[in-house]
Ligand binder design. Sequence first.
Ligand code: SF4
Ligand code: SF4
Length: 111
Amino acid sequence: MTFVIGAACVDVLDRACVEECPVDCIYTGDRMAYIHPTECVDCGACEPVCPVEAISLAEDVAAGQEGFVTANAAFFDVALPGRDTPLGSPGGAAVVGDLGVDTPFVAEYRK
Ligand code: SF4
Ligand code: SF4
């Protein structure tokens, strides 16, 4: 079980969830935020504060949004555009700041 951020966050990115996360495992890209799959402690604190209900358990994502489950993991496991290596597990979003870049899936996503 892990929490993920879905399509509703795209182009909203108001960071309300970032403020709420007790372990700072919500990282910000250009169009949306991403939950680190292994740094997340599954506390659920972020889910109710999202104004667009973008956060859910991975197994509860809406039909057709499965690509966002993959995107949340790929943001950390695959080198992002313009980078040579994956982010991996930085240990907190404050360490890396706003990344300003998305996975190709999210960059190309049409709402
Ligand atoms: S479930 Fe808890 S630990 Fe995981 S991203 Fe949300 S607030 Fe952070
Ligand atoms: S609170 Fe919701 S819309 Fe705002 S950054 Fe987090 S997931 Fe995106």
